[in-house]
Design a protein around this ligand. Structure first.
Ligand SMILES: [Zn+2]
Length: 443
């Protein structure tokens, strides 16, 4: 039976329910339980699987979303404005829902989408057909098969009540101790290691994967930035896991990031002499045919992983979004320039080191974004460097320096001019249900 109702921010201690359901495998075993647990990876540590979801009217009025899960999870729900939506935060859930899930309007639910929000965290985003608040989040056990039913009850509200309920989401900043007056106002940088999981990216002649090289560099960059202490950092993936391109963009936008840095490495097997790094910023029009081809190739990452979700946000432009995007691209270009200057000192740059192309991960209208192609896996000389610790240290040091310099110039007088705040409305901020979908396949 559902737990009792509480107002907006609800925390369901579903683990209480779990107590009776968990397999007693790790209990009463040998005294070395931790070791055994680590090896066997008990079911409780694997992501719950969502196998079905449906919406329907509830007797007291309103709309209920029910998700059928393999086991209980801890869920937290809240509403957000512009666009009006209800967010359900979950631990990592392996969504195995039919493709049509979430696309049908029903009562207060205009549509909903789901997916991995950040490594280890999943999220269901319910687009509201009208102002509504979360009346209840609850889990119960379905008697016939022991499955867990997670129910999210929405009730109609007026605009004022909705607005009061729609507070900014609680930032997950445990790892970043607050500075100043309790709020961590340091700029937030999203470091995006390309590819991952079942998508290896480019593959070098010696069998080394792009995903592993770029992850190493991304980690190095994060360490440098964290050591500096002036920048908050979040990764789109913190391990070898597949994350769809639209999800990477969404992570940056939902976190209200100040900068997005995507790290890749290219390969042209037909031209092993071609080498050097290139910094890309987003544009509908590619600088040259080579850049267009590269963007096409990188944009196929989702298809490679069998999870192509169609085009990302930004295809339907309104005037406001267009203005925001233009401003954001100005910042992207400025950062690219600073980064180029610094990288030129420590690494070989390509013939045309700053180019533009239509990369899907560079489509956030409100987060300055660049994509760095570190070099060519097809070039023996580049590959040797890409695998060298010394090179990586130099490069991540310069990247961190460029990031700090970018904010040093912009932040102090312009903390309120985040550009992104106001225009976060309308279609610009809408993400069609088609862009999420089946959960990324975890290895
Ligand atoms: Zn790549």
């Amino acid at each position: 039976m559902p737990t009792r109702a509480r107002p907006i921010r609800l925390l369901v201690r579903a683990s209480l329910l779990a107590a009776g359901l968990l397999a007693p495998a790790a209990v009463g075993a040998t005294p070395s339980v931790p070791d055994r647990a680590a090896v066997e990876r008990p079911a409780a540590e694997r992501p719950a699987v969502a196998i079905a979801a449906e919406t329907g009217a509830i007797p007291e009025g309103g709309t209920r979303l029910t998700v059928v899960l393999s086991r209980p999870v801890e869920a937290r729900a809240f509403v957000m404005e512009r666009p009006d939506r209800a967010i359900v935060d979950l631990p990592e859930v392996n969504f195995q829902l039919p493709p049509e899930a979430g696309r049908k309007r029903d009562g207060l639910v205009a549509s909903y989408r789901y997916g991995l929000f950040a490594p280890g965290r999943s999220r269901i985003v319910i687009d509201l057909a009208q102002a509504a608040t979360v009346a209840r989040v609850a889990t119960s056990t379905r008697p016939r098969d022991g499955a867990t039913l997670l129910t999210i009850d929405l009730s109609r509200s007026d605009r004022e009540a909705f607005r009061r309920a729609a507070q900014p989401p609680e930032p997950a900043r445990a790892a970043n101790p607050p500075t100043g007056e309790g709020i961590d106002s340091r700029p937030l940088v999203i470091v995006d290691a390309g590819h991952g999981g079942i998508d290896p990216g480019a593959i070098a002649g010696n069998g080394v994967y792009e995903k592993d090289i770029v992850f190493g560099v991304a980690q190095g960059l994060v360490q440098r930035l964290e050591a500096g202490g002036r920048i908050r950092v979040q990764m789109t993936r913190d391990r070898d896991v597949f994350v769809p391109l639209a999800e990477r963009v969404r992570i940056a936008r939902d976190a209200r990031a100040d900068l997005f840095v995507s790290i890749h490495a290219d390969s042209i097997s037909a031209a092993p002499q071609v080498r050097g790094a290139t910094i890309y910023t987003g544009s509908e029009k590619a600088t040259d045919a080579e850049s267009a081809r590269l963007a096409d190739r990188e944009n196929k990452a989702d298809a490679t992983a069998g999870a192509d979700q169609g085009d990302g946000p930004g295809d339907v432009a309104d005037i406001l979004q267009e203005l925001t995007l233009r401003e954001t691209r100005g910042f992207s270009a400025r950062f690219a320039k600073g980064l180029l200057t610094r990288l030129s000192g420590v690494m070989e740059m390509s013939v045309k080191p700053h180019r533009e192309a239509g990369f899907r991960v560079l489509r956030s209208p409100d987060v300055p974004s660049v994509l760095v192609e570190l070099g060519y896996l097809s070039s023996k000389r580049d590959l040797d460097l890409l695998l060298s610790d010394e090179w990586r240290t130099n490069v991540t040091g310069q990247m961190a320096g460029a990031i700090e310099a970018f904010f040093a110039a912009r932040l102090p007088p312009a903390v309120t001019a985040r550009g992104a705040e106001a225009p976060r409305i309308g279609k610009a901020a809408q993400i069609a249900p088609a862009q999420i979908g089946p959960a990324p396949v975890s290895p």
